[in-house]
Design a protein around this ligand. Sequence first.
Ligand code: FPP
Length: 256
Amino acid sequence: MSNTSASQTRTPAALPGHIAIVMDGNGRWAQKRWLPRVAGHKQGVEALRRVVEACIERGVPVLSVFAFSSENWNRPVEEVSGLMDLLVMALSREVPRLSENGVRLHFPGDRSALSSRVVQGLEAAERDTAHNRTLVLNVCFNYGGRWDVTQAAQRLVQQGREITEDNLSSAMALAHVGDPDLLIRTGGELRISNFLLWQSAYTELVFTECLWPDFDAAELDRAMAEFANRERRFGQTAEQRAEVEPMAVAAGQQHA
Ligand code: FPP
């Protein structure tokens, strides 16, 4: 697979430059099969692998997924430790193949509450894939939208910088990529659940009943087709957008 720069890629207007996914429904997928919830998360890793490959094939340069939220600590202890183990296991198993495919990994989120074993795994994966340019994969882990805005504001205060929209954007945990164009939530719920609150101000939302472990390239294509049919106006009128379309689309994609 070619290893062109994800950040330099100019995507056509109908192709999202950044897709974000709330991977919901693992627990229900497992419960339907009388399996422990962690079995659903394991199958969720398989779905994630399929979707990463599908994004690369379709030329999507940035994918962000919600793997563990700030609120997931409230789950049963065995599920939390199961998710931590799964992350460490998935990293050792998947990183070489991801790297071969040109995937650069980032793990936006609060690392202060994670064990040193997990933090070392995240740091090693980020270091080992830092040279890759085909796809940026943000695996948001112990992430919350409110945490992100708060940590960005705290950082600016510490640095003695003014709280402005631009400064806040540059201090957010996903400042290395543009805002998501398309946010998909699987599992049938119609909410954002504290995912990319700041970054999704103009993001197109697509909800599907499909449980995350069943999500595949065909489901991704359905969501991308829905996205391609949306009219994005970024606060302007449809007439204004039509007038400035080529420039506006390019500018929108720098943000999106
Ligand atoms: C939500 O489903 C999913 C999660 C809390 C975890 C998502 C994790 C993965 C898809 C695996 C990839 C993770 C790593 C560690 C790389 P749910 O459990 O809330 O499902 P439910 O709504 O059916 O109960």
